[in-house]
Design a protein around this ligand. Structure first.
Ligand code: HEM
Ligand code: HEM
Length: 219
């Protein structure tokens, strides 16, 4: 068990971050190359003004028609994403690890709050799961990979929560936690989780086309 722990908390952390960051850069460069080859004309109407307008508008809860149409989904989506990104970055346990190895640290969330926000992320995953199982119109466009992606995102939060509370053997859950966290990071560039990388570009493109060509709002 010791050897596994040292591997996953040492070299494997490096490998997973290199794949996450390298894979993300590769995917973004690939996107730009693909657009230049196939649809170069898009560059001629991309506009900073309409791009930023569209991005700001869509990251404001309830600002768009679509967000207003599904209020519960909107609240869950925003809460889920805010907690998902905020918790791992501002978690005391993570910052302590960084401080120990590299002497860098920053502000951290109070531990009891981080614990509650972790439950929000797990709850969000359960909500998305039920939505996919229950609503016929969502079920229709759901495939097995959607469930795998939900599991990849939920796993580090569930195992981190168990490890923090030291339920059912700390050692096992901390190892599972680190492995599932690494899997999630490595999956981001290569699965639908890459929407994290691509969504600003999708919005910029839609915003520019609707603003500059159709002279309409994209909402
Ligand atoms: C990549 C290597 C990672 C390492 C070495 C690591 C390490 C740890 C450690 C030591 C804990 C605390 C357990 C305790 O209190 O003793 C923890 C908790 C946690 N980690 Fe990670 N982690 C990693 C990745 C991630 C990722 C990618 C995520 C989420 C995206 C994540 C989310 C969490 C959460 C939600 C908790 C529990 C918070 C709570 O309920 O209080 N971790 N992690
Ligand atoms: C930071 C930029 C990100 C943006 C702008 C973004 C945006 C979105 C949007 C618009 C949805 C659709 C929600 C709906 O139907 O109402 C979504 C769903 C989702 N996102 Fe993100 N996201 C981001 C990052 C991430 C990251 C880093 C992860 C996990 C690693 C993630 C995991 C998910 C999951 C699991 C879903 C639900 C999938 C389902 O419907 O089953 N997102 N995201």
């Amino acid at each position: 068990m010791h050897d596994i722990y040292y591997f996953v908390s040492g070299p494997m952390v490096w490998i997973s971050f290199i794949i996450f960051i390298g894979g993300s850069i590769y995917k973004l460069i690939n996107l730009i190359i693909l657009v230049s080859k196939k649809e170069k004309f898009i560059f001629s109407y991309m506009s900073w003004r309409y791009s930023i307008r569209s991005i700001l508008h869509w990251i404001t809860p309830f600002a768009t028609e679509n967000w207003r149409r599904n209020p519960i989904l909107t609240i869950v989506t925003f809460l889920f994403h805010i907690c998902l990104i905020f918790v791992p970055i501002f978690l005391l346990s993570h910052i302590i690890l960084l401080d120990d190895s590299w002497d860098i640290s920053w502000w951290s969330l109070p531990e009891s709050l981080a614990d509650v926000l972790t439950i929000f992320v797990i709850g969000g995953c359960i909500f998305f799961l039920l939505r996919r199982l229950i609503l016929p119109e969502v079920r229709f466009v759901t495939s097995a990979s959607d469930f795998v992606i939900l599991a990849i995102v939920a796993a580090p939060f569930i195992t981190g929560f168990f490890a923090y509370h030291q339920w059912f053997g700390y050692k096992v859950f901390i190892i599972l936690h680190i492995i599932t966290g690494e899997i999630m990071l490595m999956a981001i560039p290569f699965t639908r989780l890459s929407h994290m990388l691509f969504s600003p570009f999708t919005r910029a493109y839609m915003g520019s086309e609707f603003g500059g060509i159709r002279h309409a709002k994209d909402w």
